[in-house]
Design a binder for this molecule. Sequence first.
Ligand code: SF4
Length: 339
Amino acid sequence: MVMAKLILLINHAFFVNTVTYSRNVFIPLTNACRNKCYYCGFRSSNPKIMEINEARQLMRSADGASEVLLTFGEKPDIHEKIREKLKKMGYSQFIDYLLDVCRLAISMGFLPHTNAGVLSRAELRMLKRYNASMGLMLEQAVELECHSESPGKRPEIRIKTIKDAGKLRIPFTTGILIGIGEKREDRIYSLEVIADIHKNYDHVQEVIIQNFSPKKGTKMESHPPPSIQDMLDTVRMAREILPDDVTIQIPPNLVEDVYPFLKAGARDIGGISDTTPDFVNPDHPWPELVKIERCLRGEFRLRERLPIYPKYVKLGWYSSEIAVVLQRLSDREGYRCRN
Ligand code: SF4
């Protein structure tokens, strides 16, 4: 009996694969966006911007989170209404407001992770100082009809932003969206593009393999989502194509059971929030961690990470502003400390 327990413990210590996740609070600063993706249920033609006090309240409610996830539309100050609101709030441009929200998050003990769409190198440089990591979905590295009214979804400008982030040593999250009209060879090509960028700049910490999910009222509301087989096939291809140090992430609220995806090579389930919904996919609530634990079937174990992966904590790819919070939140291996 004692021997059996010992073997079990050794198995867990050495052979059970780790699956990571981050505890976050999701703050959708604005639903203004210059793009009009045919599948989007987030953007509004009568857009709003969140006041900093509302962002503060959301952060206050986020007990136990380490990450403030700032996700919103691309280049929101293209809208006059947003520019007027920013002016009333005392800002001449959106990025100045965004930087203040990042500073607020740090002052409250969080690590910001911003997904702002395409950005210039100068904007990335400003944001690097106040972000532990940043993200931009590549979506697909080919032109698609669903992006024909979205200037920011032109593959070459997204690739440029991802490369610029690499030049600035920003730990980076990207990903591909499956089932939006692309072919299998497009998925392969998109993964190869990401792999090449990472080989050059070494900054891609994770790649999200995300399934398209139809939303009512959008041009693609009747477009079928990808099959589980297509998703599993893409995760397997991603594991073959991407370098070993790039983790594959699967969103746990968009699939029924993460287990087959973990068997196919995924090792991260992204950010989970106890207090805020997935504002981009509001019909898909985050599963509770106990439910995810059950899906692991004893073959994997969950471990909480920070928005910056351990590799980049060890490499010191963060600013002095981020270091203050990072020292408090990370353990010796660069994961979330358990105190
Ligand atoms: S870029 Fe994002 S927010 Fe903007 S329209 Fe496309 S999916 Fe929606």
